[in-house]
Design a protein around this ligand. Structure first.
Ligand code: NAP
Length: 312
């Protein structure tokens, strides 16, 4: 598989295997995170040319961005990293709300630049839609940031296809990031066909279904109460067992190829039309290195269909 791809209709070149960094400084998402371990995730990714780093304000309320900024600064080569970040969360009267107002988004871009210690951000997403702001107006604010050179491309995340259509009225949206994996394929019904037609790149999040598709859990696996997986329906009761059986089928297919289950799963996403790059999350540097081996996997047409059917 090629080691470089272009994101949609932008001129941004990335390694197809990016890195999701919600476990880099994302203390509000995962318990007991070690920040140095998180920085090593970023260092290892950049050492290996896995340059596409996916972060967000809400991962540690700025901490993930700060840690990435420190690593990029210490290496002294801003251009080796392609940084995507997101904003929309605003703390108001002790609650988190979504804000897409132009003033909020423009300020969010500037604050993210400071935390990342950079004068430009490669891809800036509206993390979640809010209820009030006309979507094209929100995207218009990011277009102004792009025209000012503060960001290089515009993304939206967690938008339905109707919301995306509204947001992309002027054709400014380059990327959409949504939940999509072999256990959650809803995007195939509407979002994927739409973005393919529009040349918008689709970045799937939770590609490993929070580790479930990496093939390392069994019926006895349990998670801490404050781990996001203890509340996820995919990890409960008979659904969990059925999912484990499907993963087992992929494990057998992978074994025949001399490959790992996680790499076969990740390679499958890259066979989808609108998906240029994926962002498996990593807590440890070894997981980054490991996920990089996805590029060694070449799936045949029959294997692509077989995997499709296992999870149909
Ligand atoms: P994920 O990629 O589906 O799963 C990541 C988890 O899988 C890791 O934390 C690790 O879990 C396990 N893992 C990763 N590589 C592995 C390997 N090689 N072998 C075995 N296990 C491995 O889920 P995610 O990290 O939550 O999501 C990916 C990224 O998407 C995030 O980091 C974030 O950047 C982005 N995201 C965006 C949104 C949004 O609203 N836009 C929402 C969620 C996530 P353990 O080590 O704990 O087992």
């Amino acid at each position: 598989m090629d080691r470089e791809t272009t994101i949609g209709h932008t001129d941004i070149k990335v390694n197809p295997i990016g890195v999701g960094t919600n476990a880099v400084g994302g203390h509000n998402i995962y318990p007991n995170l070690d920040e140095e371990q998180g920085k090593n995730v970023v260092r290892t990714a950049l050492d290996r040319g896995m340059n596409f780093l996916d972060t967000a304000y809400v991962y540690g309320l700025g901490r993930s961005e700060e840690l990435i900024g420190e690593v990029v600064k210490e290496r002294g080569n801003r251009q080796e990293a392609v940084i995507a970040t997101k904003a929309a969360h605003e703390s108001k009267e002790g609650k988190m709300i979504f804000n897409n107002s132009p003033a909020f988004l423009k300020e969010a871009v500037e604050q993210a630049q400071k935390r990342l210690q950079t004068d430009y951000i490669d891809l800036f997403y509206i993390h979640f839609p809010d209820e009030n702001t006309p979507k094209a107006e929100a995207v218009g604010a990011l277009k102004e940031c792009k025209d000012d050179g503060k960001i290089r491309s515009i993304g939206v995340s967690n938008f339905s296809v109707e919301q995306l259509k509204e947001a992309d009225q002027d054709g400014y949206v380059d990327v959409i990031q949504s939940e999509y994996n072999l256990l959650k394929r809803g995007a195939e019904n509407d979002l994927l066909p739409y973005v393919k037609e529009r040349g918008i790149s689709f970045v799937p999040y939770f590609p490993l279904a929070s580790g479930l598709l990496a093939g390392k859990y069994d019926k006895n696996t349990t998670f801490a109460d404050n781990d996001i997986r203890s509340n996820s329906p995919m990890f409960q009761g008979s659904t969990f067992y059925e999912n484990l059986e499907k993963v087992e089928k992929v494990r057998r297919l992978a074994r025949k190829k001399g490959a790992e289950t996680a790499h076969v799963i990740l390679a499958w996403y890259l066979t989808r039309d609108a998906i240029d790059t994926i962002i498996p999350g990593a807590k440890r540097a070894e997981q980054v290195t490991d996920n990089g081996h996805t590029l060694d996997v070449m799936l045949t047409e029959e294997e692509i269909k077989e995997i499709d059917q296992i999870f149909s």
